[in-house]
Design a protein around this ligand. Sequence first.
Ligand code: BG6
Length: 485
Amino acid sequence: MDTTATTILIFGASGDLTRRKLIPALFNSYRKGRLPEQFHIVGFARRPWDDDEFRELLREGMLEFDPEAFTAEKWAEFVLHITYFQGNLDTPADYADLPDYLAKLENGPVNRLYYLATAPEFFIPIVQNLGTADMVGEADGWRRLVVEKPFGHDLQSAQELNRAIHAVFAERQVYRIDHYLGKETAQNILYFRFANTIFEPVWNRNYVDNVQITVTESVDVGRRAGYYDQAGVMRDMFQNHLLQLMSLIAMEPPTSFAADAVRNEKAKLLQAIRPLPLSDTVRAQYAGYLQAEGVADGSQTPTYAALKLHINNWRWQGVPFYLRSGKALARKNTELVVVFQKPPHLMFDAIADTDFSSNVLSICIQPDEGIHLRFEAKAPDSTRTDSVDMEFHYKSAFKGNSLPDAYERLLLDALRGDASLYTRSDSIEAAWRLIDPVIQGWEQDPEAPPMVTYDPGSWGPAEAEKLLQRDDCAWVLGCMEHADS
Ligand code: BG6
């Protein structure tokens, strides 16, 4: 690793993300000896705190969000690297003292990671202020920018944000976060597909009947209604997480694991998704959403959606990809399911008329991380077949290796200069190109499917079941069926 000192400057450091995710991730990397030998973490925010108050807040955050990793001894060492700088994110004058403040702390050449952990309206002002304060030049060490989601509210605002960033930073300096890509199990999709030989030959239209991506959450909008009511499930989950998962499961093999080789294939895949008719969409809101504090009267914001997508390429022609996600559902569960075609000819008379199950491969992203392959076996002492399961659970296969939080991996990658798990501007724009017309259609097209309501704690509206029934299919919850109890 580069031995130059490194400063991680977190904008919006008084917010929840810093306490909940960033500091626990950095602390874990520190105790594993993975941070650069010399480093500083500087929190930039408006509140009139001093270093000690800021550090105390972070300590409480550690105890609340990652108590198992916390040890007073390690923390006492770690916290000495943390300081606080008070300033308004969008006041250029408040950046005037920042270079001197940092120079005193750093005392020599330094690499710097600027992390935008703020509300999105501050992204452009911060970037411009960094430019004006002359904090982007790399004569003294690298300068990188990590941008949190949401990256834009629609295609136009995403393009504006990209332009504003590129006016100050080169694309190679920019790291756009999608924390789903940092999940171990999401990273494993590429390993599963391309570190093995037996799956890829059947990973196409000749063998696959349909692919399903389910991302359900049991939590409702909670205290985030102010943000959520403006975003809705399409912007909050589909534009980023679900489409990124889809690109991993469907992309062509890259020639190498280098950031651009991987990201070229992902962008190609997203660009090949066919614009979808509104008739292939379902939108829904959970009962009680309208009563949540911060939700506009009569809000038409969907908290659930299901989509049927097609990819215009040789590999996937004719194979539907069904995606669904929502809040206030029965359980938290993220899985990708590949449903294979049924055998072309059934020679087993006794079962010819029964519902012969397809082979199903389920990739469980969370919470019971693993992979399952369902296949048919002869039930003993009968001519029947039964569905059985070959299974892999992280918990039992990698005993003693707990799965690191996505932010731990992503922050380390940004420090190492590896952008493979970060989203490039072309992918972000391709995703908006697909999602924007759906949101607009729902809002403006009288022919759009109406908003339906679902019960909190259910698996979503009946309309989502019908979307698949139309194609003689059904949603599969392969991971839940085989949860490791
Ligand atoms: C965030 C969304 O990006 O992802 C939240 O804004 C959502 O609404 C969260 O709850 C889900 O992330 P995870 O890692 O808990 O599945």
